[in-house]
Design a protein. Structure first.
Length: 266
């Protein structure tokens, strides 16, 4: 309750000796009375909590709409940038490490990282496949959409059994492929991979080195080329770029701090 006070001029009606009443304005007095109940701190705090919740909800909604708009704009920008660029990749048919004929369509819905090499490579191929495996291992904590793939450029020696034993050395999810010389030549042309022919006598393993293009090709969920990583690319650089690509395509949730920076445009 709160007190409401008014200045009220009044006086009791007292008769004078001559019988006339005294003036009602002669004795000013202060009159106070209680009015409506006053809000307690609990009620004011409750109303403040609801107000704050409403403000936060409005801001969160605005942030969500803005973030979706930014994501859509960036995905469209990627599509625009892809127009007129060199075409890499395409459908292929190869033999996997279990001896089965496999088409590239089976990997739709995932993000393949493809490396071309040969199992008898002394140093570069193992180093690049090890780097690929480390990238996949780091990203596995956030997504299972990354699919590592190894494609042989040495059909004379890289048999199904050889491929199967080789891929196990690097990552359990790494899938290896070989095939006939015609199959491998076709897929190499699609990715513009250069590889030299092997020796006339494949049993001469000591002098058997196949020169080839050294790249890790990163593809999208439709099998289209996104980016390649050379020998100089580090594991952290690859992880950062692949993570960014997945975030822009809506397949990996951005950290809160990055979403906030996007909201601010910084």
């Amino acid at each position: 309750m709160r007190n409401v006070c008014l200045n009220k001029l009044f006086a009791p009606q007292v008769k004078r000796s001559n019988g006339l009443p005294t003036s009602p304005f002669k004795y000013p007095q202060r009159a106070c009375y209680r009015d409506e109940p006053e809000e307690g701190p609990e009620r004011r705090g409750f109303r403040g909590t609801w107000t704050a919740a409403l403000v936060v909800s409005v801001l969160a909604g605005a942030f969500y709409v803005y973030a979706k708009r930014i994501q859509k704009t960036r995905v469209q920008s990627y599509a625009v940038r892809s127009v007129g660029t060199a075409t890499l990749g395409g459908p292929w048919l190869l033999v996997d490490e279990l001896g089965r004929a496999v088409r590239s369509d089976v990997f739709k819905g995932s993000y393949p990282i493809v490396y071309f090499g040969f199992t008898y490579c002394p140093d570069i191929c193992p180093a690049e496949l090890k780097k690929m495996a480390q990238v996949v291992t780091k990203l596995e904590k956030e997504t299972d959409l990354i699919q590592p793939i190894f494609i042989s450029v040495d059909p004379q020696r890289d048999t199904v059994e050889q491929i199967r034993a080789y891929t196990k050395e690097f990552h359990p999810r790494l899938i290896g492929f070989t095939g006939t010389p015609e199959m491998l030549l076709d897929v190499c042309k699609r990715y513009r991979v250069y590889s030299s022919a092997g020796p006339s006598d494949p049993s001469d393993a000591d002098d058997y080195v196949v020169d080839h293009t050294i790249f890790n090709y990163f593809l999208d969920k439709n099998g289209d080329f996104i980016k390649f990583f050379g020998v100089d690319a580090t594991v952290d650089e690859m992880v950062k770029e692949i993570r960014l690509q997945l975030e822009e395509r809506g397949d990996l949730r951005k950290p809160l701090i990055r979403r906030f920076k996007d909201f601010l445009g910084i």
